[in-house]
Design a binder for this molecule. Structure first.
Ligand code: DX5
Ligand code: ZN
Length: 232
Protein backbone atom coordinates (compact mmCIF):
# COMPACT_ATOMS: atom_id res chain seq x y z
CA UNK A 1 0.00 0.00 0.00
CA UNK A 2 1.44 3.42 -0.96
CA UNK A 3 1.85 6.02 1.74
CA UNK A 4 -0.83 8.12 0.10
CA UNK A 5 -3.16 5.10 0.18
CA UNK A 6 -2.54 4.87 3.94
CA UNK A 7 -3.81 8.42 4.24
CA UNK A 8 -6.96 7.48 2.30
CA UNK A 9 -7.44 4.44 4.53
CA UNK A 10 -7.07 6.60 7.64
CA UNK A 11 -9.52 9.10 6.20
CA UNK A 12 -12.34 6.64 6.46
CA UNK A 13 -11.87 6.76 10.17
CA UNK A 14 -13.81 10.07 10.24
CA UNK A 15 -12.31 12.09 13.12
CA UNK A 16 -8.67 11.38 13.92
CA UNK A 17 -6.78 12.74 16.93
CA UNK A 18 -3.06 13.02 16.22
CA UNK A 19 -0.77 13.61 19.19
CA UNK A 20 1.83 16.22 18.32
CA UNK A 21 5.31 15.02 19.29
CA UNK A 22 6.63 18.20 20.79
CA UNK A 23 5.65 18.06 24.47
CA UNK A 24 6.13 14.30 24.80
CA UNK A 25 8.90 12.60 26.82
CA UNK A 26 11.58 12.11 24.13
CA UNK A 27 13.74 10.35 26.70
CA UNK A 28 11.19 7.54 26.67
CA UNK A 29 9.96 7.67 23.10
CA UNK A 30 9.23 3.96 22.82
CA UNK A 31 7.16 3.99 25.99
CA UNK A 32 5.35 7.15 24.89
CA UNK A 33 4.40 5.70 21.50
CA UNK A 34 3.25 2.50 23.17
CA UNK A 35 1.05 4.45 25.58
CA UNK A 36 -0.42 6.46 22.71
CA UNK A 37 -1.15 3.34 20.66
CA UNK A 38 -2.76 1.72 23.72
CA UNK A 39 -4.84 4.88 24.07
CA UNK A 40 -6.32 4.26 20.63
CA UNK A 41 -4.25 6.78 18.65
CA UNK A 42 -4.12 5.95 14.93
CA UNK A 43 -1.47 8.40 13.64
CA UNK A 44 1.26 10.74 14.90
CA UNK A 45 1.99 14.40 14.14
CA UNK A 46 5.69 15.30 14.16
CA UNK A 47 6.58 18.97 14.62
CA UNK A 48 9.82 19.75 12.78
CA UNK A 49 11.09 23.27 13.50
CA UNK A 50 14.31 24.84 12.18
CA UNK A 51 14.71 27.88 14.45
CA UNK A 52 14.44 30.10 11.34
CA UNK A 53 10.95 29.81 9.88
CA UNK A 54 9.74 29.68 13.50
CA UNK A 55 11.62 30.92 16.60
CA UNK A 56 11.98 27.40 17.97
CA UNK A 57 14.20 24.41 17.18
CA UNK A 58 13.00 20.84 17.66
CA UNK A 59 14.25 17.85 15.64
CA UNK A 60 14.73 16.47 12.14
CA UNK A 61 15.03 13.21 10.24
CA UNK A 62 16.56 11.13 13.10
CA UNK A 63 13.41 11.44 15.21
CA UNK A 64 11.20 10.66 12.22
CA UNK A 65 13.33 7.56 11.57
CA UNK A 66 13.17 6.56 15.24
CA UNK A 67 9.37 6.81 15.20
CA UNK A 68 9.30 4.82 11.95
CA UNK A 69 11.27 2.03 13.61
CA UNK A 70 8.99 2.05 16.67
CA UNK A 71 5.53 2.08 15.06
CA UNK A 72 3.71 1.47 11.81
CA UNK A 73 1.22 4.25 12.53
CA UNK A 74 1.10 6.87 9.76
CA UNK A 75 3.55 9.73 10.43
CA UNK A 76 2.14 13.18 9.66
CA UNK A 77 5.25 15.37 9.43
CA UNK A 78 4.69 19.11 9.85
CA UNK A 79 7.67 20.98 8.37
CA UNK A 80 8.01 24.40 9.98
CA UNK A 81 11.20 25.11 8.05
CA UNK A 82 12.33 27.90 5.72
CA UNK A 83 13.49 25.77 2.82
CA UNK A 84 11.33 22.62 2.77
CA UNK A 85 12.39 21.67 -0.78
CA UNK A 86 15.91 21.02 0.51
CA UNK A 87 14.70 18.27 2.84
CA UNK A 88 11.76 16.52 1.17
CA UNK A 89 13.66 13.38 0.02
CA UNK A 90 15.30 12.98 3.42
CA UNK A 91 12.00 13.19 5.30
CA UNK A 92 10.40 10.76 2.88
CA UNK A 93 13.31 8.34 3.29
CA UNK A 94 13.07 8.77 7.08
CA UNK A 95 9.51 7.41 6.86
CA UNK A 96 7.09 10.34 6.59
CA UNK A 97 3.67 9.33 5.24
CA UNK A 98 2.30 12.87 5.03
CA UNK A 99 4.64 15.80 4.46
CA UNK A 100 3.08 19.18 5.20
CA UNK A 101 4.84 22.39 4.23
CA UNK A 102 3.93 25.96 5.06
CA UNK A 103 2.65 28.04 2.15
CA UNK A 104 4.53 30.96 3.73
CA UNK A 105 7.84 29.07 3.31
CA UNK A 106 7.41 27.87 -0.29
CA UNK A 107 8.93 29.61 -3.30
CA UNK A 108 6.62 27.62 -5.55
CA UNK A 109 3.93 25.73 -3.58
CA UNK A 110 2.76 23.80 -6.64
CA UNK A 111 6.25 22.50 -7.36
CA UNK A 112 6.81 21.57 -3.72
CA UNK A 113 3.49 19.74 -3.42
CA UNK A 114 4.16 17.90 -6.69
CA UNK A 115 7.59 16.84 -5.44
CA UNK A 116 6.06 15.43 -2.25
CA UNK A 117 3.61 13.40 -4.30
CA UNK A 118 6.29 12.28 -6.76
CA UNK A 119 8.30 10.96 -3.81
CA UNK A 120 5.24 8.88 -2.81
CA UNK A 121 4.07 10.74 0.29
CA UNK A 122 0.75 12.47 0.81
CA UNK A 123 1.02 16.24 0.30
CA UNK A 124 -0.06 18.78 2.93
CA UNK A 125 -0.19 22.57 2.82
CA UNK A 126 -0.27 24.58 6.06
CA UNK A 127 -1.53 28.13 6.61
CA UNK A 128 -0.62 30.27 9.61
CA UNK A 129 -3.49 32.23 11.19
CA UNK A 130 -2.65 35.52 9.45
CA UNK A 131 -2.20 34.05 5.95
CA UNK A 132 -5.21 34.65 3.69
CA UNK A 133 -6.78 31.42 2.43
CA UNK A 134 -7.73 32.78 -0.98
CA UNK A 135 -4.56 31.39 -2.57
CA UNK A 136 -5.45 27.88 -1.38
CA UNK A 137 -7.63 27.56 -4.49
CA UNK A 138 -4.47 27.73 -6.65
CA UNK A 139 -3.01 24.62 -4.98
CA UNK A 140 -6.06 22.60 -3.93
CA UNK A 141 -5.65 20.04 -6.74
CA UNK A 142 -2.21 19.09 -5.38
CA UNK A 143 -3.24 18.85 -1.72
CA UNK A 144 -4.08 15.59 0.00
CA UNK A 145 -4.31 17.54 3.25
CA UNK A 146 -4.76 21.18 4.29
CA UNK A 147 -3.55 22.24 7.74
CA UNK A 148 -5.22 25.29 9.25
CA UNK A 149 -3.09 26.57 12.14
CA UNK A 150 -5.12 27.70 15.13
CA UNK A 151 -2.01 29.20 16.72
CA UNK A 152 1.06 30.84 15.21
CA UNK A 153 3.40 27.97 14.36
CA UNK A 154 6.31 27.48 16.74
CA UNK A 155 5.19 26.37 20.19
CA UNK A 156 2.84 24.01 21.99
CA UNK A 157 0.56 25.13 24.81
CA UNK A 158 -0.71 28.30 23.09
CA UNK A 159 -4.31 29.57 23.26
CA UNK A 160 -6.70 28.62 20.45
CA UNK A 161 -7.43 31.44 18.00
CA UNK A 162 -11.26 31.56 17.64
CA UNK A 163 -10.98 33.05 14.15
CA UNK A 164 -9.93 29.54 13.13
CA UNK A 165 -13.53 28.37 12.93
CA UNK A 166 -14.37 30.65 10.01
CA UNK A 167 -11.09 29.70 8.37
CA UNK A 168 -11.90 26.00 8.63
CA UNK A 169 -15.27 26.58 6.98
CA UNK A 170 -13.64 28.73 4.29
CA UNK A 171 -10.97 26.09 3.61
CA UNK A 172 -13.61 23.37 3.36
CA UNK A 173 -15.52 25.49 0.84
CA UNK A 174 -12.38 25.74 -1.31
CA UNK A 175 -11.17 22.12 -1.23
CA UNK A 176 -13.29 19.09 -2.06
CA UNK A 177 -14.50 16.46 0.43
CA UNK A 178 -11.62 14.11 -0.40
CA UNK A 179 -8.99 16.50 1.00
CA UNK A 180 -8.22 15.99 4.69
CA UNK A 181 -8.86 19.18 6.68
CA UNK A 182 -6.56 19.28 9.72
CA UNK A 183 -6.41 21.80 12.58
CA UNK A 184 -3.43 22.31 14.87
CA UNK A 185 -2.81 24.39 17.97
CA UNK A 186 -4.80 24.80 21.19
CA UNK A 187 -7.04 21.83 20.35
CA UNK A 188 -8.47 20.41 23.57
CA UNK A 189 -11.74 19.45 25.27
CA UNK A 190 -12.94 23.04 25.06
CA UNK A 191 -12.19 23.64 21.39
CA UNK A 192 -12.36 20.33 19.47
CA UNK A 193 -16.14 20.11 19.04
CA UNK A 194 -16.45 23.55 17.44
CA UNK A 195 -13.56 22.71 15.09
CA UNK A 196 -15.30 19.48 14.08
CA UNK A 197 -18.54 21.39 13.48
CA UNK A 198 -16.59 23.84 11.29
CA UNK A 199 -15.38 20.95 9.11
CA UNK A 200 -12.08 19.75 10.60
CA UNK A 201 -11.55 15.97 10.59
CA UNK A 202 -7.96 15.57 11.80
CA UNK A 203 -7.11 17.17 15.15
CA UNK A 204 -3.54 17.73 16.26
CA UNK A 205 -3.30 17.74 20.04
CA UNK A 206 -0.22 18.39 22.15
CA UNK A 207 -0.83 19.70 25.67
CA UNK A 208 -4.40 18.34 25.57
CA UNK A 209 -2.84 14.86 25.73
CA UNK A 210 0.73 15.16 27.04
CA UNK A 211 -0.22 17.36 29.98
CA UNK A 212 -2.82 14.77 31.06
CA UNK A 213 -1.83 11.83 33.26
CA UNK A 214 -4.23 9.39 31.54
CA UNK A 215 -3.63 9.40 27.77
CA UNK A 216 -6.44 6.89 27.16
CA UNK A 217 -9.05 9.02 28.92
CA UNK A 218 -7.78 12.15 27.18
CA UNK A 219 -7.89 10.60 23.68
CA UNK A 220 -11.28 8.93 24.28
CA UNK A 221 -12.76 12.20 25.56
CA UNK A 222 -11.41 14.16 22.61
CA UNK A 223 -12.74 11.62 20.09
CA UNK A 224 -16.16 11.58 21.74
CA UNK A 225 -16.29 15.38 21.50
CA UNK A 226 -15.09 15.37 17.88
CA UNK A 227 -17.59 12.80 16.72
CA UNK A 228 -20.74 13.08 18.83
CA UNK A 229 -22.58 9.75 19.16
CA UNK A 230 -25.14 9.21 16.38
CA UNK A 231 -28.54 10.31 17.67
CA UNK A 232 -31.74 8.31 17.12
C1 DX5 B 1 2.85 24.37 16.89
C2 DX5 B 1 2.69 22.91 16.47
C3 DX5 B 1 1.52 22.24 17.12
C4 DX5 B 1 1.60 22.26 18.66
C5 DX5 B 1 0.32 21.70 19.26
O1 DX5 B 1 3.74 25.01 16.00
O2 DX5 B 1 2.53 22.81 15.07
O3 DX5 B 1 1.44 20.90 16.63
O4 DX5 B 1 2.69 21.48 19.07
O5 DX5 B 1 0.43 21.80 20.67
P1 DX5 B 1 -0.87 22.25 21.54
O6 DX5 B 1 -1.92 21.22 21.25
O7 DX5 B 1 -0.37 22.18 22.98
O8 DX5 B 1 -1.24 23.62 21.09
ZN1 ZN C 1 2.13 20.86 14.20
Amino acid sequence: MSRRDRLVELRHDTSVVLPSLLLCDFGNLERELGRLQDAGVKALHLDVMDGHFVPNLTYGMPIVSACRQLTDMPLDVHLMVSDPDAYLPQFFDAGADVITVHVEACQDPRATLQTIRDLGAASGLAFNPQTPLEELAKYADLCDLVLIMSVEAGFGGQAFNPGTLDRLAQARSIVGPDVVLEVDGGINRETIASCAAAGAEWFVVGSGIFRQSDYTAAVRNLLDLARPPLTG
